[in-house]
Design a protein around this ligand. Structure first.
Ligand code: NAD
Ligand code: G3P
Length: 315
């Protein structure tokens, strides 16, 4: 997105890394990320160049959110900046959402952007829809207008809990969908993973105060679908590799980018246990990633459970 011609400063720890990522991730052969970016976008490795921005999008892996929030505070981010978290994750142990971590460090207005939004498609200008959420309706509306473009349609929401939980929980089932692919279990198995995954997402999400309709929307079901089926999905890829016999560490290392489903499976499992939610798929994916359970045994366990009525939100 070019933010409609506004000046955009893209901060990254290393400009060299941004160059490599742009070349490999987007499959484009540019010598420099500037070639991929409109004239109004500038790349810098100096955080101080971002401190007076009126809108700050934070797009780092969830495990880095706390340190980046502290860096923004220590560098002196303007209190007038509106901060938008685009990160999909829940912190392990504290079980905090990304917007909650940002608020721990910054007095700023903080919101969330989440939806079925693979960067590869957005960079090509292909149509995408997403959700922006702030507690303050007028700020949602202003950010919505600011970031929308003819190829980027933005809906608004005030359910930050639902948005952040949906965007994090779907990663667990994307790994599950990848395991189905890697084991060659077929289309029916994958449809069952996605649909029963949505039921578990709804159950955990409701237990923590999210709204049911949010889990049916873009940041819930929408993101679940894209992550379970897209050729760009890193979580799907990790699941496939693990099913094919790679260790989790090897699978993640081969990506060279974050797969949020790996840390998220731990935190979502912790959330589920804390809420005493019925989440058999989350439990099995946790077993595969963290307890050495064989992928095929885990998936068979799901099939072997006692037969029951189809329940969605009911625990
Ligand atoms: N890539 C996508 O298509 C996409 C789409 C929607 C949401 N997201 C979410 O955005 C977040 C980031 O994903 P990504 O694909 O941009 O990941 P990424 O692995 O490409 O990392 C993004 C940037 O964060 C930097 N980074 C990593 N650790 C850091 C640290 N400790 N301090 C400072 N910078 C650090 C990396 O160097 C990189 O420049 C994730 O939560 C992901 O789920 C990604
Ligand atoms: O590539 P993934 O699996 O990390 O998914 C990225 C985004 O969350 C898709 O909306």
């Amino acid at each position: 997105a070019s933010f409609s011609g506004d000046e955009v400063v893209l901060w990254t720890r290393s400009v060299e890394q941004a160059r490599t990522l742009a070349e490999t991730r987007m499959g484009m052969h540019a010598a420099c990320p500037d070639h991929l970016l409109p004239d109004n976008v500038r790349v810098t490795a100096d955080l101080r160049e971002t401190l007076d921005a009126d809108l700050v999008l934070v797009v780092v892996p969830s495990v880095a959110m706390r340190s980046v929030a502290a860096m923004l505070r220590d560098a002196g981010l303007s209190e007038k900046s509106v901060v938008l978290s685009c990160t999909k994750g829940i912190e392990k142990d504290s079980l905090l959402r990304m917007s909650e971590i940002l608020r721990e460090y910054l007095p700023n207005t903080v919101g969330v952007l989440s939806g079925p939004n693979h960067a590869e498609d957005i960079c090509l200008g292909l149509p995408s829809a997403t959700l922006v959420g702030f507690e303050e309706e007028e700020i949602s509306a202003a950010v919505q207008r600011r970031l929308a473009s003819p190829s980027f349609r933005i809906y608004s929401s005030s359910d930050l809990v639902g948005m952040e939980l949906g965007g994090s929980i779907k990663n667990v089932f994307a790994i599950g969908a990848g395991i189905c692919d890697g084991l060659g279990l077929g289309d029916n198995a994958k449809a069952a993973m996605v649909t029963r995954g949505l039921a578990e997402m709804t159950r955990i999400g409701l237990a923590y105060g999210g709204k049911a309709e949010t889990f049916m929307g873009l940041s819930g079901m929408g993101d679940l679908i894209v992550t379970c089926y897209s050729k760009h999905s890193r979580n799907l890829q990790v699941g496939r590799l693990v099913a094919e016999g790679k260790s989790v560490e090897e699978a993640v290392a081969s990506l060279g980018m974050v797969a949020e489903g790996v840390p998220n499976t731990l935190s979502i499992y912790q959330m589920s246990r804390k809420a005493n939610a019925r989440t058999p798929i989350v439990d099995v994916i946790y077993g595969i990633l963290y307890e050495g359970k064989y992928p095929l045994c885990g998936l068979q366990e799901l099939m072997d459970r006692a037969l029951c009525a189809e329940r969605i939100a009911d625990n």
